[in-house]
Design a protein around this ligand. Structure first.
Ligand code: FES
Length: 213
């Protein structure tokens, strides 16, 4: 039984590594992930190599938590806070420090909706696609946000300013449809203009800041 479990973990680790290194995509990616429009990024596979500072940050976080109880979640939270996402290198280091496999750490990352393996934009917009919000027009909100920000659903806009995430029920169904902009909740977001106006305001501010820079 243990042997079977080990074999399953080895296979899961290999699949995980291939997922991140793009080995399964050699036949479709002619750019070797080197160009801005690499098809892999389009498909949601984030390929950027981490710089030395990010790797040092991960090492410090792992060293700080490795002897505590339940260290994996603590480390993941801190890595996400520091880097904005959880790169594969962090999962490998956390796995090594906690005596688990990278596949097990990846399983934890996938289980909790607040963790992401892709860098987020400067502004994160969540649109709830739970049942109550969906029937009250959440899809129209997603279309609206895509138009205003240039970000596709569950992706980041090319300028890196906006991430648009579709989420599960946010626990405020009475206010459906519900959205969040940078942590602030907006209820009745289709009927009220607050939500759309706030996005327009941010777009304006960012354009102004870009023009000055
Ligand atoms: S379904 Fe959207 S808050 Fe519950």
């Amino acid at each position: 039984m243990t042997k079977l479990k080990n074999v399953r973990l080895v296979i899961a680790n290999l699949l995980l590594k291939f997922h991140f290194t793009g080995i399964f995509m050699i036949d479709i990616c002619a750019t070797n992930h080197a160009e801005v429009n690499c098809c892999c990024k389009e498909r949601g596979f984030y390929m950027e190599k981490l710089n030395g500072e990010a790797l040092r940050t991960i090492d410090e976080i792992v060293a700080r938590h490795k002897n505590q109880a339940g260290p994996c979640i603590e480390m993941l939270h801190e890595v996400q806070n520091e880097l904005g996402y959880i790169p594969f290198e962090a999962m490998e280091k956390i796995a090594e420090a906690t005596g688990s496999s990278a596949a097990e750490v990846y399983g934890v990352v996938m289980f909790y909706a607040q963790f992401t393996t892709e860098p987020k934009g400067k502004h994160v917009i969540n649109v709830c696609l739970g049942t109550a919000c969906y029937v009250k027009g959440a899809q129209q909100l997603i279309d609206r946000v895509e138009k205003l920000t240039g970000a596709k659903v569950n992706r980041t806009s090319e300028d890196g300013l906006f991430s648009l995430d579709a989420t599960r029920c946010l626990g405020a169904c009475g206010l459906a449809p519900v959205c969040i902009i940078d942590g602030k909740y907006y209820g009745n977001a289709l009927a009220s203009s607050d939500f759309t106006n706030e996005i327009r305001r941010i777009v304006r501010e960012e354009k102004k800041a870009g023009a000055k820079a």
